[in-house]
Design a protein around this ligand. Sequence first.
Ligand SMILES: O=C(CO)COP(=O)(O)O
Length: 253
Amino acid sequence: MPQLIAGNWKMNGTLAGIAAYAAALRPASPGAELLVCPPAPLIAPLRAALDGAPVALGAQDCAVKRSGAHTGDLSADLLAELGATHVILGHSERRADHAESSATVREKARTAIAAGLVPIICVGETEAERDSGEAETVVRAQLAGSLPEELAGQTVPGVVAPGIIAYEPVWAIGTGRTPTEEDVAAMHASIRAALRRQLGAAGATMPILYGGSVKPSNAASLLALPEVGGALVGGASLKAEDFLAIASAAARD
Ligand SMILES: O=C(CO)COP(=O)(O)O
């Protein structure tokens, strides 16, 4: 399976900036799969500007419910209609800023799957949890709470992976710091073991992305580690050249 390089724009990006970003991505053929997750109002314009280029689009969150009286929430079905194929769920910024529990993430993942979206479920420890030796325990608990059992059997037509995990240590996000290669490899192995236990055969192949200060300069070494199925890139995905440089680091593996 080719590695997946996913960009999470977070609350960045403008309608005015879409044309130049799409123009930089359109001719690219990096060998990795590309996914861009802009703010939801930019999904449809970016889809149009990409003009058929093989770049998938995703959202950064969706609602628990599929429709109804939920002011300000975003329906997974509408996101799919706008052109999203993926949705990031349970990012640590949402867990922290919006008090999202693993149980809520699980409900959202269920809704996303029902709407035909591939959920990218984020897990990761804080610095205090790593320092106290609890990182793997915390991540295992997040996986146990956040993954719906539908992931064990779900297939979305035309999509290889029914779900994706992103390991993002909270202390590595936007800080320029990353775990050691040994720590990334150990955590990804631990996540793989947990996925196998929870989801059986589906858990054996589900991609596990690494996220947290991935840049062109460190992408090749992070992406070469065992069980690293790609990257979830924040800041460096905002510049098309940096995003593509990370994707070409994946392609060299
Ligand atoms: O949170 C992230 C992606 O979801 C990572 O962000 P940075 O790449 O900016 O550290």
